[in-house]
Design a protein around this ligand. Sequence first.
Ligand SMILES: [Zn+2]
Length: 323
Amino acid sequence: MNSSEWSQFLGSRGFHMIDNQGFCIVDRYPVSVVLNGTTAVTSIVVRIQLAAALKKNYRKEIRELLKHKGVVSYMGTTLTLTVQAGHMQYPYEFTQTLVSLVNYLRTNSIQESIRCPICGRFETDGLAFYAGNFQRLHLSCIDQKLTTRHEQIEKNEMHGNYFTGLIGALLGGFCGILPSILTILGMERIFVILFALIPICIFYGYKVCRGKMNNAAVVITLVLSVFFLFFMNYMLLVFNVHNTYGLWLFSDCLQLFLEGDFFKELLSQSWTQILFLALGMLYSWRMITENNTKATTSIEFTRKTIHTADDPALVYKTFKSEE
Ligand SMILES: [Zn+2]
C-alpha cells in the first residue's frame, strides 16, 4: 500500500491526516502516527505521551503482547511503537496492533499525559502536536506559544542583522577554539572531540547576536568553522615557537603557515580534526538549518494539528467485523 492508500484508510478510522502524519484519539489516548517510505509505506511509527515513565514489568508485558507485531521503545514518558507495514496483508492488522496496545494501557490504568506541557497545569481543554507528540494541552497556551514564536521570526526578518551576527559568530568561534587550545597547551593532549564545539559555538554566537536566520547562517557557520580550525593551528604554532625560542613571531609564523608544504603537511595531519569538526557541523545541522522559513512551516503545521479536547471527529472508529 502506498501512502495515499494508508492515509485514506487511517482517515476513515478517524485519523486527521496531514501529509504523512496522522492524529487521533484512541480510547482517550492521543496518538500520532508517521508513515515512512518513499512510494510504498514501509513502516508506521506510533507515539503516545504517557503521564509517567513505564515500570519495567509493564514494558516486559507490552513487549510480549506485541511480539511479532511491532517494536516498542521508550524515551522518557514517550512510548513509541514501530510497525513494519511492508509485511502486512491487510491495513487493519496495524489498527489491531494499535488497539491492543491501547487496551493494555487502559486495563492497567496507565494514564496518558494530562498535564499541559507548556504551563505545567492540569485541566487541559485542547490537543495539538507539540514537542514531538500529539498531546493534551491548553488551547490558550499553544496559541500564545505559536504567536510569540511567530512574532520572534517576524522581528528577526525585519531587524536581523548580518553584521552583528558575524561579530557574534567570530566571538563564538574564539570561545569554540579556547577549550582545544587550553588542553593542547596545558595538558599537551588533543581531544579531537572538543573540535565539534567550534561550529556549535559559531552558530550560537551568530544566533545570540541577532544574525538573520536564513541560508547565510549556514554559510557563515561552515566557512568560519574551517577558518577557525586553521586559525587555531596557526595560534598553536605561534605558541610553540614562543615556548621554544621565547619570541612572539606572528608574521613569520603566518608566512611559514601559508607556505605550501607546511600547509599540506598540516592538512594530512589534521584530518581527524576535520572529521570531528564535520561531526560538530552534523550535530548542529538541525540547529544550523533551522531558519525562518522552516520555523514558519513548522508553526503552520502545529496550527493545523490543534483540536479541542476529545473532538468527536478525531475519535477512533472501530470496525467490529475486522477487530
Ligand atoms: Zn497550559
